[in-house]
Design a protein around this ligand. Structure first.
Ligand SMILES: CC(C)(COP(=O)(O)OP(=O)(O)OC[C@H]1O[C@@H](n2cnc3c(N)ncnc32)[C@H](O)[C@@H]1OP(=O)(O)O)[C@@H](O)C(=O)NCCC(=O)NCCS
Length: 193
């Protein structure tokens, strides 16, 4: 994947073709073709390989704490979701699942009372700054609305200007994290009161 630097100019829109439920063929502003689809169990090994390509900073921003290795067990846990409580989309090379490298993952975890969900997202720097962060977050919002959840929320490091820009653009409100310094809690109400 070619490295793409972030510039202040807004990227051209992502072109897309729907090919199934939560499945879309995407053409990024640099004309690169990728596939967005729900995560599958066979993604566990590619996910480990893709994790190894991330910078320590990307990992720290995504997981909020440094993680040095993605074990096989953790990768399985991230890929084998209980559909009642979890949902995750990946952006991959346009190859069959299991073969394709994973460039981005956006997920949500539904809370125990099925009222809210926590999101987490990572777009690898090789396809960063091209609009995928906003694109994937919009898909998570759509999914959460269809599940009739009230709130989508997430924790973001306060220095994470890219993610805070994504959240601002999508109408998330910021608040202090209840317990952790340096973390901003962002939340978006999905249904009117
Ligand atoms: C945050 C992240 C998801 C953004 O993904 P992306 O695909 O690069 O984002 P987009 O291209 O959709 O850009 C979205 C907005 O962020 C801004 N942005 C992108 N990269 C930026 C950067 N390095 N610094 C400041 N703003 C940036 C864009 O200008 C855009 O804002 P705009 O619509 O007002 O112009 C990605 O950088 C990432 O995965 N970072 C590491 C993991 C992480 O931080 N996860 C979030 C914690 S849950």
């Amino acid at each position: 994947m070619n490295a793409v630097l972030h510039t202040s100019a807004p990227p051209a829109p992502i072109r897309r073709e729907r090919i199934g439920t939560w499945r879309e063929r995407l053409w990024l502003p640099n004309a690169r073709e990728v596939l967005m689809r729900p995560i599958e169990a066979v993604d566990a090994e590619p996910l480990r390989r893709s994790f190894a390509r991330l910078s320590p900073e990307e990992v720290r921003l995504r997981f909020l704490h440094p993680i040095t290795e993605m074990t096989a067990g953790f990768a399985r846990q991230l890929c084998e979701l209980d559909r009642q409580t979890g949902f995750a989309l990946v952006v991959t090379e346009p190859l069959p699942a299991g073969e394709a490298l994973i460039g981005a993952v956006a997920r949500l975890a539904i809370g125990p009372e099925h009222r809210d969900a926590e999101f987490a997202i990572i777009v690898g720097r090789e396809i960063g700054g091209l609009g995928l962060g906003i694109f994937l977050m919009k898909r998570l919002i759509d999914y959460a609305r269809r599940r009739r959840l009230d709130v989508l929320w997430g924790d973001v490091r306060e220095e994470n200007s890219a993610m805070l820009a994504v959240c601002d653009e999508l109408g998330f409100k910021r608040s202090h994290h209840p317990d952790e310094l340096g973390i901003v809690r962002v939340s978006k109400r999905l249904r009117s009161a």
